[in-house]
Design a protein around this ligand. Sequence first.
Ligand SMILES: *Cc1c(COP(=O)(O)O)cnc(C)c1O
Length: 404
Amino acid sequence: MFNVEDIRKDFPILSRQVNGKPLVYLDNAATSQTPQQVIDTIVDYYSNYNANIHRGVHTLSQEATDKYEQARHKIQKHFNAQFAHEIIFTSGTTHSINLVANGFSSILKKGDEIIVSALEHHSNIVPWQMLCERTGAILKVIPMNQEGELIMSEYDKLLSNKTKLVFVNHISNALGTINPIEYIIEKAHQIGAAILVDGAQASPHLKPDVQALNVDFYVASAHKMCGPTGEGMLYGKEEWLKKLPPYQGGGEMIAEVTFEKTTYAELPHKFEAGTPNICGGIAFGAAIDYINAIGFDAISKYEHELLEYATQKLIEIEGLKIYGTSKNKTSVISFNLEGIHPYDVGSILDKMGIAVRTGHHCAQPIMDYYKIPGTIRASFSFYNTKAEIDSLVAGVRKAQFMLS
Ligand SMILES: *Cc1c(COP(=O)(O)O)cnc(C)c1O
């Protein structure tokens, strides 16, 4: 049974005070907190079997290699990839996207078109703009509407035989919109384009099945799923990963090196040059075990309850406007108070121990669309409570009183 009070005991940070008040952590879309089970995994690694992987014959190196590869299998199973070698360890979503964008430098030609959405995080925009500069490819944008949803009829119009690649997020980090990626993937494939889905914001809330989605690339960050920072993954279909050239050269990614010619290692090592974040990969696996033990059905149901409760309470505040009102939404609420800068509200909330994000949330095009400098964003995880939402609402009312 899902019991939030029991779950909270797993997270040591949730019992600390901030500015003399109990911490109310509502910045989960930026990074999630870490349960004791994952912290223990990190301590265990450095206390007992810290060693470089895939290289040594000694026991420590073998233990570390086994645990690292076990973590890869956990991630494979979690995202339901067909093969473990389709999971590439990276330093996070940003790294994963750059890896793919770099690979497409050798595939795209001048005049080819690639499609992004209006709802993206900068890390799913800028690497592709850089790709366009290198190749002469053209970037097209799926527009959004006032509710913060992508307009699918406009997407249909952008697709043509010039389209080589589409990249969208599964869930918007700034607004919480769940995008119709099944439709987007199917349409891209109909005209022979590849598709990458940025799952950084979706992976903490739902369990994507990359084979059922039939997606070509899916990327995620461990630190938004109760894992450590600086760790993440790229899923790529085997045929695509074979086709793309390596991203970085170095140790571990080679089969044979001479000064005349170097041959590359097999997947996944072809994309894993140098000593990786070994502990981070193993801890990512532990985080996946942790959230699966709670279960995504229970997580989505509870988070949806939090979302409905918070939305209801917040819209009762006069002059408060929510950005992102799609029916298909996860537990993220972006809002502003009329006539008040989001930063000022965030500062007052911090004095009350309440952590929210203010600003453009690495998604400036969305803020430009709404003609605002930024928003206050409260994002809920399965370890948040209705009592914390009550604190947020009281804090927002207090900030409004003090600032107007
Ligand atoms: C957080 C986030 C990213 C960037 O992830 P990093 O871990 O900083 O690389 C990209 N896209 C979305 C939708 C995100 O929420």
